[in-house]
Design a protein around this ligand. Structure first.
Ligand SMILES: [Zn+2]
Length: 124
């Protein structure tokens, strides 16, 4: 490259230092690619800030926390254990073998334990 030459910022061809329009790609050499890159950078930063600012991440963290809590709070209660506790419970409140609404206490215990094994406890 000679003293009166420079690189076109758009196509990287050697052009005359005084040239205002590149003879290779025809684009104006007055456009600053640095400024263009800066604008693109700002736009990307704004986009990144917006996606971080959405509540997507907190929701995901909350879901993870709930699952972890549920699993760790009753790690070893089987549905059979739950049903046994349910029968004990209905015996304790005098609603065994038949509840006041006519349903069989053991069936209700099984039904409730089918939804969650902590339906009747855990008690210690
Ligand atoms: Zn060019």
């Amino acid at each position: 490259m000679q003293a009166d030459e420079r690189k076109c910022p758009h196509c990287a061809e050697i052009i005359n230092r005084e040239a205002r329009v590149c003879k290779h790609c025809g684009r104006s050499s007055n456009e600053s690619p640095t400024l263009l890159l800066a604008i693109i950078g700002v736009v990307l930063l704004i986009a990144a800030a917006r996606s971080c600012g959405s509540n997507e991440r907190p929701v995901r963290e909350e879901a993870t926390r709930v699952v972890t809590t549920t699993v760790s709070s009753n790690p070893s209660i089987s549905s059979e254990e739950c049903e046994r506790r349910g029968v004990d419970y209905y015996k304790e409140i005098g609603a065994y073998p038949t509840l006041s609404d006519g349903r069989v206490a053991e069936d209700v215990a099984i039904e409730r334990c089918g939804r969650t094994t902590t339906a009747f406890g855990p008690w210690n």
